[in-house]
Design a protein around this ligand. Structure first.
Ligand code: FE
Length: 207
C-alpha cells in the first residue's frame, strides 16, 4: 500500500485494494463448494456482528463509566469481570482493559501485528484499523496520524499507544465533554463515537 505521508493527508483511511472483496467472495465460494463452510451459518455470524454487536455496546460502557462512579471503579479494578457481568464478553473480546483519557494523557489503540479489536464492545474493526498504514504509522508518529483523523492534541497532553494482542484488547474511555454535564446514561451514550473508543477521535455532541 503506497503511503507518502508528506503530501497525502488521508493515508490512515486508505482502503484495501478493490479486488479484496472479489477474493473473499472467491474463497467463500470455494469453501462452500467443498462443504467446509455452511453459508447459512456464515450469514448468521455476519448478522450478529453487523446488526447486533457494534459500537453502541462500548458507548454504553463509556456512558456508564462517566455517570456511575461505582461502575467506573469496577471497570478499573477488573474490566473483564465487570464486562462479563454485563454480558459483554465474547469472541475476540475475552480479556479487556480500559484506558482512561485525561488532560495529561490521550490513549490510542492499535494492533501492530494484525487487527485485534474488542468485537463485543465495538463490532467489526473499520478498514483503516486493519490497514498497513495505520498499524505501522500510529506507533511511530501518533500525533501526525491523529491529525489526519482531525484530532489535534495539545502539546502538553502525552499520547500513549496501546498494542492489542490476542490476549488483551483495550477500550479507551474518552474524556467526558463539558457540554454533557447533567445528562443521564441514555443521552450520554450518543456522545460516544466509535473512534473516541479507539482513540482516533473524541467524544462529542451528537449531530
Ligand atoms: Fe491483531
Amino acid at each position: 500500500m503506497p503511503h507518502d505521508h508528506h503530501d497525502h493527508d488521508h493515508d490512515a483511511h486508505s482502503l484495501l485494494p478493490s479486488d479484496s472483496a472479489l477474493r473473499v467472495k472467491a474463497l467463500e465460494t470455494l469453501l462452500t463448494r467443498k462443504g467446509l463452510v455452511d453459508p447459512a451459518a456464515m450469514d448468521a455470524i455476519l448478522d450478529v456482528y453487523e446488526n447486533k454487536v457494534g459500537p453502541q455496546n462500548g458507548a454504553r460502557v463509556v456512558a456508564r463509566a462517566w455517570a456511575e462512579p461505582a461502575f467506573l471503579a469496577a471497570l478499573r479494578a477488573d474490566t473483564t469481570a465487570t464486562l462479563e457481568r454485563e454480558g459483554l464478553l465474547g469472541r475476540q473480546g475475552e480479556h479487556v482493559v480500559v484506558v482512561e483519557n485525561t488532560a495529561e494523557v490521550h490513549n490510542v489503540v492499535v494492533c501492530t501485528l494484525c487487527s485485534c479489536y474488542p468485537w463485543p464492545l465495538l463490532g467489526i474493526p473499520p478498514t483503516w484499523y486493519k490497514s498497513d498504514a495505520y498499524r505501522a504509522r500510529v506507533v511511530r508518529e501518533p500525533r501526525r496520524v491523529l491529525a489526519e483523523f482531525g484530532l489535534v492534541l495539545p502539546d502538553g497532553q502525552a499520547v500513549r499507544v496501546w498494542d492489542s494482542t490476542a490476549e488483551i484488547r483495550y477500550l479507551v474511555i474518552p474524556m467526558r465533554p463539558e457540554g454533557s454535564a447533567g445528562l443521564g446514561v441514555e443521552d450520554l451514550t450518543r456522545w460516544v463515537t466509535r473512534n473516541s473508543m479507539i482513540g482516533t477521535g473524541l467524544a462529542e455532541r451528537p449531530a
